[in-house]
Write a new protein. Structure first.
Length: 295
C-alpha cells in the first residue's frame, strides 16, 4: 500500500511540474488557463475514474499481472518506506480500528444479494449468524410455564401412559417443585426400562445428570457448552437460582436455521405457545397491562 501511495504521488507531482513547465512555454495566460482545465478533466477521467473502475471490475486479472512488478518496486522503495513509517509512527499510536466490522459485512452481503451473487437464503443465514452473540439463553429458552416434567419419586409404571404420550425425548425430573430440577430422563431409556420389567423403579434411579446455565448466557457460548458437555438439554436459571426454563441444542440451532419442526411436534413453536399461555394466566388472575395516556 505504501509503495502504491508513493508512486501515485510521485507521478502526480512530477507530472504536474513537467507538464506545467511545457504548457507555460507554449501558451499565453489565457491558453494556459484553458489547457489547465482540459488537463484537469483528463486526469480525473483517465487518471482516477477509469483506472479505479477497471481495477474494481477486473481486480483479479490486473492484480495478478502487476503483482510481480509492484513487488520489485516495493523492494526498491523499502528504505524510503521504512523511513516514512518511523516518521509517522508517533502520530498514529493507539489502538487500530478493525479493517471491517459487523455492519460493513452485512452491507457487503446486501450488495452481493442485489448484484445476484448471494442467494436470499444465504443472506438470511449470514444475518442469523450475527445474531448468535446478541441473543441470550433467556431469549431462546422454553419458559417454565411450558416445561413438561415428572417427579423423581414417581414410579415408572404409574406414569407410563404420560411418558408414551409425551412428545419430548428428554423430560426434566424434579424434586418437590419446578425450582428443584435434579436430572433429566430420556424417554427412550424409560420405555426400555418398562420393556425390561423395571416398572416398579423410581424415575430418579433412571435419570441422567442435568446441567445449569444462567439466563444471561450468550447463544454462541451455549452451542460450545452443548458441544463440550455432549448434552442436548440444560436448565436455565435466573440470578436468584430459580428455574426460568429449559434450553435445548435444537433451540440454539434454530437461531441459525429458523424453526425446526419434526413429526412429534404438535405445537409448531412451543415458545410462542408458552408466551400465549402465560398471557392467559395473567389475564385470568386479574392482571391487565396498564394503558399509557399521552401527557
Amino acid at each position: 500500500v505504501a509503495t502504491i501511495v508513493i508512486l501515485n504521488n510521485l507521478f502526480n507531482i512530477v507530472g504536474s511540474i513537467l507538464v506545467g513547465r511545457i504548457a507555460a512555454s507554449l501558451f499565453s495566460n489565457t491558453g494556459l488557463a484553458i489547457f489547465s482545465v482540459i488537463l484537469t478533466f483528463l486526469i480525473i477521467v483517465f487518471g482516477e475514474i477509469l483506472p479505479k473502475t477497471l481495477g474494481e471490475r477486473y481486480a483479479e486479472g490486473i492484480g495478478l499481472t502487476v503483482a510481480i512488478p509492484v513487488r520489485a518496486i516495493t523492494l526498491v522503495f523499502t528504505p524510503l518506506i521504512w523511513l516514512l513509517e518511523h516518521i509517522t509512527a508517533p502520530l498514529t499510536k493507539g489502538s487500530k480500528r478493525p479493517i471491517t466490522d459487523e455492519s460493513e459485512i452485512k452491507l457487503l452481503t446486501i450488495l452481493g444479494y442485489q448484484e445476484g451473487l448471494i442467494e436470499d437464503d444465504e443472506v438470511e443465514m449470514i444475518d442469523r449468524v450475527f445474531r448468535l452473540n446478541d441473543l441470550k439463553s433467556a431469549d431462546i429458552m422454553t419458559p417454565r410455564v411450558a416445561i413438561t416434567y415428572i417427579s423423581g419419586e414417581a414410579i415408572l409404571q404409574d406414569i407410563q401412559d404420560e411418558i408414551i404420550k409425551s412428545q419430548h425425548t428428554r423430560i426434566p425430573v424434579i424434586e418437590g417443585n419446578l425450582d428443584h430440577i435434579i436430572g433429566v430422563a430420556l424417554k427412550a431409556e424409560l420405555l426400555t426400562a418398562l420393556v425390561q420389567g423395571k416398572g416398579d423403579a423410581k424415575i430418579k434411579s433412571l435419570m441422567r445428570q442435568v446441567h445449569y446455565v444462567p439466563d444471561t448466557e450468550r447463544t454462541d457460548s451455549l452451542i460450545k457448552t452443548f458441544q463440550s458437555l455432549r448434552e442436548h438439554l440444560m436448565v436455565v436459571v435466573d440470578e436468584y437460582g430459580g428455574v426460568s426454563g429449559v434450553v435445548t441444542l435444537e433451540d440454539t440451532l434454530e437461531v441459525l436455521t429458523g424453526e425446526i419442526v419434526d413429526e412429534t411436534d404438535r405445537n409448531v413453536d412451543l415458545q410462542a405457545f408458552a408466551r400465549q399461555r402465560q398471557k392467559r394466566i395473567l389475564r385470568s388472575s386479574g392482571f391487565r397491562k396498564p394503558k399509557v395516556t399521552p401527557s
